[in-house]
Design a protein around this ligand. Structure first.
Ligand SMILES: NC(=O)c1ccc[n+]([C@@H]2O[C@H](COP(=O)([O-])OP(=O)(O)OC[C@H]3O[C@@H](n4cnc5c(N)ncnc54)[C@H](OP(=O)(O)O)[C@@H]3O)[C@@H](O)[C@H]2O)c1
Length: 267
């Protein structure tokens, strides 16, 4: 299938590892010119070089999306390298200290800032250009925790729920513009971020540094899903590439779950 992404310009935030790197690689593989983003220049340049080595086109944009000056740096870097974008993938996100017994209000604020406010900032910067050109794709990376929040991920789940909610209002605001807004919500996915999460679970349960034991305990316990597996980053990336395609013009305001069936509801 030709996803018709040849020549489209894309920014994937947090694309030096994990789901973001896989999404940047997938979009570039379909012909898009991709801005690889992270805080670490070496990792970003290495990712861009890997994409170029596979015949794709990539530039680098650096900046800490938890900070206003970092957000401004990303916007100006992308504008100067690509002169605007057609596809924005708001992938950066994650949790800090979380869970009802331990998270302070400041921790909740930090999670909302990283997961939600950073995305709002980039939407504000790039949506007007997409609207003016009458075509665009805005894709948030949410989480199954947005609809099915474990108590240990209270702040993170609430932030991802906000991201899903704002995606729907954004799709309505962009009505008739040729720009769609969607959220792709993965369940557990085997990335560096998930590996760290599993290791911290292992330590908290007296398993030391035994990643495989933590993985088995999580996937047969609190994170069990009917598919019985972790997703691979490339699987999430394939869904992001499809939603980014002109073929997905009627997918709009949708929360697309890719969680092995973890979220036990009809919608
Ligand atoms: N992995 C899962 O199981 C899973 C499940 C559901 C949802 N998700 C969501 O999927 C997204 C990606 O997760 P992942 O597991 O792929 O993450 P990851 O492997 O930890 O990668 C994180 C990426 O984000 C960048 N990054 C982190 N903090 C940043 C900041 N403050 N400013 C700029 N860049 C930053 C990192 O680059 P640098 O280090 O170079 O800055 C890196 O490129 C997140 O939104 C996460 O919530 C993941």
């Amino acid at each position: 299938m030709d996803l018709q992404l040849d020549g489209k310009r894309a920014l994937v935030t947090g694309s030096t590892s994990g789901i973001g790197r896989a999404a940047a690689t997938a979009l570039a593989g379909e012909g898009a010119v991709v801005a690889v983003h992270g805080r670490d220049r070496k990792r970003a340049e290495e990712t861009a070089a890997a994409i170029a080595g596979s015949g794709g086109k990539a530039v680098v944009a650096l900046g800490d999306l938890a900070r206003d000056d970092g957000r401004e740096a990303v916007v100006s870097g992308v504008e100067s390298e690509l002169g605007g974008i057609d596809i924005l993938v708001n992938n950066v996100g994650g949790s800090t200290r979380d869970g009802w017994p331990v998270a302070e209000p400041a921790d909740w604020g930090a999670m909302l800032n990283l997961n939600v406010v950073s995305a709002v900032h980039l939407i504000g910067a790039f949506a007007p250009g997409m609207r003016a050109r009458q075509w665009g794709r805005i894709i948030q990376v949410g989480s199954a925790a947005g609809a099915n929040p474990p108590p240990s991920m209270a702040g993170y789940g609430a932030a991802k729920a906000a991201l899903a909610n704002l995606t729907v209002s954004l799709a309505k605001d962009l009505a008739g513009s040729g720009v769609t807004a969607n959220i792709v919500s993965p369940g557990p996915t085997l990335t560096e971020g998930w590996r760290e999460f599993a290791l911290s679970f292992a330590r908290s349960q007296g398993m030391g540094e035994d990643f495989e034991a933590a993985r088995a305990a999580l996937m047969s316990g609190p994170l069990a899903n009917p598919s019985g597996r972790l997703a691979e980053p490339g699987e999430v990336a394939a869904l992001i590439a499809l939603v980014a395609s002109p073929l997905a013009a009627s997918i709009n305001g949708a929360n697309l779950r890719i969680d092995g069936g973890f979220t036990p509801t009809v919608n």
